[in-house]
Design a binder for this molecule. Structure first.
Ligand SMILES: N[C@@H](CCC(=O)N[C@@H](CS)C(=O)NCC(=O)O)C(=O)O
Length: 224
């Protein structure tokens, strides 16, 4: 049997793309990565818009089946290719908890990060307004409070951890996390860092994004 290989339109800087990369590694799926350079507008071509009218990355092409949106892609991959359902449990209550954490990533962690980073990366922003910083710190607190167990949705690893850590690890390099204030987040991050594929699939890209934001802040403030 040949190894499963699916095409992913992706960019290692992008947190939701890294969440899918973590999922693929956990499932042993080899991704045929098609790099989409957002800065060069490669997500705005007619061909790309036909696949995803919302022009976001990641987009999955599984032998002609097109799925957009990282959370939808992760659920699809586990449901179709997982040897078991541990990363996205079929049992209703467990699944509801994973769904809740996935929506927390979309609606809180990722949203607050994007609204903070985007003006810096694309519109010359030279500082992070206090209000936005406070929103991020509130999100850290919500994540800390969510971590009543070892993982974001109970005591085992799920795609919700991949999703949350993809955003979290990217923000923490820009808006530092006080270990004494958020001890559970720290322990959770250490747990995830132990995954043999963590650094390649998420850690390196998260650091790269943080550094890119910090250097853009510096460059923009010289210009301002
Ligand atoms: N909820 C979406 C968010 C995707 C998203 O916003 N991706 C950003 C990069 S991190 C993007 O494609 N931005 C370009 C654009 O929106 O035009 C997901 O999880 O896939």
């Amino acid at each position: 049997m040949s190894m499963v290989k699916v095409k992913l339109y992706t960019l290692h800087l992008s947190p939701p793309c890294r969440a899918v990369e973590l999922t693929a590694k956990a499932l042993g799926i080899e991704l045929d990565q098609q790099v989409v350079n957002l800065l060069a507008g490669e997500h705005l071509t007619p061909e790309y818009l036909k696949m995803n009218p919302q022009h976001t990355i990641p987009v999955l092409d599984d032998n002609g089946t097109i799925i957009s949106e990282s959370h939808a892609i992760m659920i699809y991959l586990v449901s179709k290719y997982g040897k078991d359902d541990s990363l996205y449990p079929k049992e209703l209550v467990k699944q509801a908890k994973v769904n809740a954490a996935l929506h927390f990533e979309s609606g809180v962690l990722f949203a607050r990060m994007r609204f903070t980073f985007e003006p810096i990366l694309f519109r010359g922003g030279s500082e992070i307004p206090t209000e936005k910083k406070e929103y991020i710190l509130k999100a850290y607190q919500l994540l800390e409070d969510t971590l009543v167990d070892d993982y974001v949705a109970g005591n085992s690893l799920t795609i919700a951890d991949f999703s949350c850590v993809s955003s979290f690890a990217s923000i923490m390099g820009v808006i530092p996390v006080d270990k004494s204030k958020y001890p559970k987040i720290y322990d959770w991050l250490e747990r995830l860092k132990k995954l043999p594929y963590y650094e390649e699939a998420n850690g390196s890209g998260a650091d790269e994004l943080s550094k890119f934001v910090l250097s853009s802040l510096e460059k923009n403030s010289v210009k301002a």
